[in-house]
Design a protein. Structure first.
Length: 233
């Protein structure tokens, strides 16, 4: 799960951050239901599909002004529209990816961004040998051109896919250029000023958490095997 630091702006309608974090999960489940031709969905069904209890689903959706119909549930298409609007996905957001290593390339080539209203408007790297290269239809620019790119292409979201040692400098440059939201994939904690939203995705942390659970499962399995064999614990 991404770590976040949000500036003082908050959400205009007072929606809790925990609810905001769950809205994309509901949206993903609803899109899947829509593709399966589902017209309505109950809070219980949406809860199961999202891994959230039904009371929490109802409370979260009430922040959007959506309460469903007793005995019928929620209209899937309308709920998709409501959540998409609340998340700002009905707009066109220009994104810059800084760092065109393996991860940066993968992000640039990911087709799911466009479907959610995110347009890769700039690809940036410090390696001049890569400048002019075209990735996913976008020409790679040098970091020195970042200010101009942000201004000309109205970029509001920056994605950092650089090595850890370069991430803070890149973040500072993005902020100075006028970017107000940053998604950081570099394995380092960044600092941003008030008014700038920062989210961090650390894949190594997620793997370590999975390692913890795998270890716990192994211990439980071992104890179960010992008990079945009558061996002392």
């Amino acid at each position: 799960m991404a770590q976040s630091r949000t500036g003082p702006r908050g959400t205009d309608r007072g929606i809790p951050e925990a609810t905001v974090a769950r809205l994309p999960v509901y949206l993903r489940a609803l899109v899947g239901m829509s593709e399966g031709a589902a017209g309505t969905v109950s809070s219980d069904a949406l809860a199961v599909a999202s891994g959230v209890n039904s009371a929490k689903v109802r409370k979260d959706l009430s922040h959007l002004g959506s309460y469903g119909t007793r005995g019928v549930g929620y209209d899937v298409q309308y709920l998709i529209y409501q959540i998409s609007r609340e998340l700002g996905l009905t707009q066109d957001w220009a994104v810059a990816i800084v760092g065109l290593g393996n991860l940066g390339h993968a992000l640039a080539n990911y087709g799911g961004f466009v479907d959610r209203g995110f347009r890769i408007a700039a690809l940036v790297d410090t390696d001049r040998a890569r400048v002019g290269e075209k990735v996913a239809g976008v020409v790679v620019s040098h970091l020195d051109d970042l200010d101009r790119l942000v201004a000309e292409r109205a970029i509001s979201i920056g994605v950092i896919a650089t090595p850890a040692h370069a991430a803070q400098d890149v973040c500072d440059r993005l902020v100075v250029a006028g970017v107000t939201s940053v998604l950081n994939f570099a394995p380092v904690v960044l600092s941003v000023p008030d008014g700038v939203d920062l989210r961090k995705v650390d894949l190594s942390i997620e793997l370590q958490i999975l390692s913890f659970h795998e270890q716990r499962k192994s211990v439980v399995t071992d104890l179960g095997d010992r008990a079945a064999a009558g061996a002392p614990r």
